[in-house]
Write a new protein. Structure first.
Lengths: 426, 175
């Protein structure tokens, strides 16, 4: 009896906590810049969509609009069933270069089949079709998959809507490592602590996060399995342990340890075993990041007097300097396609996001803010998520690699920092 | 143009005939997403320490209650005015070989968190080296960094930054 009561109490506390989290910690996204030309697309309501408890096409439209690459042509209450050929000429007449038709089919077990097709109204051809089965509560996840489909068919690049992001929210003395969908919705707290949490890094499997937590009054590297909440200490040597970076195969982590002196680069297995030193320098080496082909490890070092970006073969050996302009270039992050390097540069006393073309070494500063940190590429290499400051508070922002599309993501009355964009899981 | 549309139209019409809503387009087998591994994320709460229990370390009249060594901008050497404090703590460690110390290095908030963590480590290491030169044992002391994460003062001005460029000494029971 007492056990039952305490169980009920526990449940109550848990649900209250869940409620308060959902109410205060939602990320809201504001679009602050769009592409030079936006592709006009029509996403009418799917046939029978009203039978769903929660809509799908509104989420698809919001995803595409937020990407800054599309303008949505309003179709009013028109639906275009997936089984009929849309009047492409008429839709083109409304200004849409593409249209998505779709229908919802309720299944006997309470689930739904969502069938949809995409048409090019100019060439009058079908670009593709897909059917997804979903439980009613999966309306947003399904919509993100549909938006990814439209995005990929129309831009030729993989979409990034059905992905997750991790970030740290500080409110008062409380630190929370949160996971949310890429649109900021569905945020959940993976770790709550009264001590700082920094440097979250997604494992390539999208199921685990490595990060640095200060709960032991010193920086210690953990690997956290999100679905179970299981945590493993992977680096807790004497001194500081920080800056985890996954190898592309998810088998190893590059970390920064001070067990043998100053901050230096080491590689260890993802379970914390087999630690070996990667490089030796007379100064600080930190912020490692593996190139997607596994060949290089980019990192920040002050071996030349000021913090600059270098790279070293992941097998070890000599370091090659990568940045030369300016006195402060830090936090190198390779794009998943390996073509771009994002980093933070100090430009006239302001810390801004820069991107370098890895092949030509040509560098462009993408932001005009003053306190940018922690860049992280979207899985399609097109957007860079980073931490910034607005009105004295930490916010997240995203910028496209051409600098045109800009978004700001913030949480009411809290500091948001340390973003990390998760991989695309298919 | 009609030539292109016709086959598509035919397929659609054929599909429309089927009452079960079969959709016979390439790539249209239904992907079942309803049982994908859950995206539910349970919350873990990190555990939180109690004090050394030694009165001298907290007595405000005792120099040992002072635990912070401050540094100049971009500097990692202990200033002359911090010597008496460092010497007092070194004496305490020599006299109390069972006591352990954690030194936490700190920086101001400007720049990268991880690079600042490395800079904070240099400050903690400077305090550790001074203590061991004065007789404390390496095995008694661990130097770590908190980087810019635990500022004592949170305004963005020089007076505040100066308070955050420091090394803090914690004893057994305090960490």
């Amino acid at each position: 009896m007492t056990k039952l009561l305490s169980n009920i109490r526990l449940l109550l506390v848990a649900s209250l906590a869940a409620l308060s989290c959902a109410a205060e910690a939602q990320l809201s996204i504001e679009i602050t810049g769009t592409g030079a030309t936006r592709f006009p697309v029509a996403i009418p309501m799917f046939e029978n969509e009203a039978s769903l408890p929660r809509g799908v096409t509104d989420v698809v439209r919001a995803d595409l609009e937020r990407s800054g690459l599309f303008s949505l042509i309003d179709m009013g209450l028109v639906t275009v069933p997936v089984t009929t050929m849309p009047d492409l000429g008429a839709i083109r007449g409304r200004g849409a270069d593409a249209v998505l038709s779709g229908s919802i089919y309720p299944q006997a077990d309470g689930r739904y089949d969502v069938r949809f097709r995409l048409f090019d109204t100019q060439k009058q051809v079908e670009l593709g079709a897909l059917a997804l089965r979903m439980a009613p509560a999966q309306n947003r996840a399904t919509a993100h998959r549909i938006a990814d489909f439209v995005y990929e068919k129309l831009t030729g690049l993989p979409g990034y809507f059905a992905t997750r992001i991790a970030y740290v929210v500080k409110s008062g003395p409380r630190y929370e490592l949160q996971i949310a969908d890429a649109d900021g919705m569905n945020s959940q707290t993976a770790l709550a602590s009264r001590e700082p949490i920094i440097s979250p890094a997604w494992a390539p499997d999208g199921q685990r996060l490595a990060y640095v937590s200060f709960e032991a009054k010193k920086p210690v590297v953990y690997v956290h399995t999100l679905a179970t909440g299981q945590r493993q200490v992977v680096a807790n040597f004497k001194g500081s342990n920080s800056a985890p970076a996954w190898s592309p195969d998810g088998q190893r982590l590059a970390v920064v340890l001070t067990k043998d002196g100053q901050s230096q680069l080491y590689v260890l297995n993802a379970d914390g075993s087999g630690v070996r030193r990667l490089a030796s320098s007379p100064g600080i080496d930190t912020e490692p990041d593996w190139s997607p082909d596994g060949q290089w490890i980019y990192f920040t070092s002050d071996r030349g007097g000021s913090p600059q970006i270098y790279r070293i073969s992941s097998a070890g050996g000599g370091a090659e300097r990568v940045t030369f302009d300016g006195g402060y270039n830090v936090t190198p992050r390779l794009s998943p396609d390996g073509r771009s390097l994002a980093f933070i540069t100090r430009n006239g006393g302001r810390f801004q996001v820069a991107v370098m073309d890895v092949a030509t070494r040509q560098t462009t500063i993408l932001t005009d803010s003053a306190r940018d940190e922690s860049p992280s590429f979207a899985p399609n290499s097109r957007m860079i998520l980073y931490a910034s400051e607005s009105g004295g508070r930490g916010v997240l922002a995203a910028v496209s690699t051409d600098g045109r599309v800009k978004q700001r993501l913030s949480v009411q009355a809290a500091d948001v920092r340390e973003p990390s964009w998760g991989p695309l899981i298919r | 143009m009609k030539k292109i549309v016709l086959p598509a139209l035919l397929t659609v019409l054929l599909a429309a005939c089927s009452s079960t809503g079969t959709f016979d387009q390439p790539g249209t087998s239904v992907e079942d997403r309803s049982s994908t591994p859950g995206t539910g994320v349970p919350t873990v709460t990190a555990p939180s320490p109690a004090g050394s229990g030694i009165a001298a370390l907290t007595d405000p009249n005792n120099i040992l209650s002072k635990r912070s060594v401050f540094f100049d901008f971009d500097q990692f050497v202990i200033k002359a005015d911090a010597r008496p404090l460092v010497e007092a703590h070194a004496r305490f460690l020599v006299q109390n070989p069972q006591m352990k110390m954690l030194i936490q290095g700190n920086t101001d908030e400007r720049g990268s968190r991880e690079y600042n963590l490395a800079l904070g480590q240099k400050r903690a290491d400077a305090v550790r080296q001074a203590l061991t030169l004065l007789g404390a044992k390496e095995s008694q002391i661990e130097s770590v960094s908190l980087g810019e994460e635990k500022p004592r003062c949170s305004e963005s001005n020089e007076a505040c930054f100066a308070q955050n460029r420091r090394g803090d000494m914690l004893y057994s029971g305090e960490f």
